[in-house]
Design a protein around this ligand. Structure first.
Ligand code: ATP
Ligand code: NCN
Length: 208
């Protein structure tokens, strides 16, 4: 089914109530795929989220924007893929005029006191996390859940960020209370994995 999207309605932060647990899942989603959906479903369940914000970035600062599908198209495809009332597709970073997660998080946390936010990323993102702007500030601001991804299961552990934050890692059996722990705090969640990637889809070799 084709979904019509009005960009304007995606440029404000989703509504959330005090006391809720909300996962922030940022991505290029260029295009979105079932691997993303699997991450979202694992996070919703394991982190006991009330909502997951599927945040379509205006542009990852570490990637070229030249191959990016238009924001509206990435939103539309995300809406078609995510059929879960707890998943909110949003692109409010476009209005904030930032692709920098530290800035986004400062904004989100200041506007939503009393809400428990968790940042969600795939294991490959943890490998390059030390190159994100103010990454230590991000880790000190909210708990982080890293979801397993083929090709990154073991190597993520030797990444500079994982080493720097090793003292604040908790066991995945405590993922359900991660959102209530004081940061820096993170966990690595194993589980069903998908080897899908947007790169492979763009190249016409999606795999599974
Ligand atoms: N198959 C997957 N398994 C686990 N995490 C994933 C998977 N695909 C993407 N992610 C995670 O989802 C988030 C958004 O990823 P992104 O939109 O860059 O997709 P991608 O498939 O990695 O794209 P590209 O191939 O263009 O780099 C990132 O945190 C990434 O680690
Ligand atoms: O803030 C940064 O420096 C930064 C660097 C790289 C990626 N990010 C964010 O990480 C999320 C995942 O990006 P991507 O392209 O891997 O899907 C997305 O929300 C990006 O804005 C953020």
């Amino acid at each position: 089914m084709t979904v019509e999207v009005a960009l304007q309605s995606y440029l404000t932060m989703p509504h959330v109530e005090r006391g809720m647990v909300v996962g922030l899942f940022g991505g290029s989603f260029n295009p979105p795929h079932d691997g993303h959906r699997l991450v979202a479903e694992i996070a919703l369940k394991q982190l006991r989220l009330d909502q997951l914000w599927w945040m379509v970035t205006p542009g990852n600062p570490l990637k070229s924007r030249s191959i990016l599908l238009p924001l509206e198209e990435r939103i539309r495809l995300s809406e078609e893929l995510t059929r879960n009332r707890r998943i909110r597709v949003t692109a409010f970073e476009e209005r904030l005029q930032t692709g920098f997660t530290a800035q986004t998080i400062d904004h989100v946390l200041s506007r939503n006191p009393g809400v428990h936010f968790v940042w969600i990323m795939g294991a490959d993102s943890l490998k390059t996390f030390h190159r994100w702007q103010r990454w230590r500030h991000i880790a000190a601001s909210l708990p982080i859940a890293v979801i397993d991804r083929p090709g990154a299961t073991l190597s993520f552990l030797s990444s500079p960020a994982a080493r720097a934050l090793s003292h604040s890692r908790i066991d995945e059996s405590d993922a359900g209370i991660l959102a209530h722990r004081t940061p820096p705090r993170w966990t690595f969640i194993h589980g069903p994995r998908s080897s899908l990637s947007s790169t492979a889809i763009r190249q016409g070799t999606p795999g599974n």
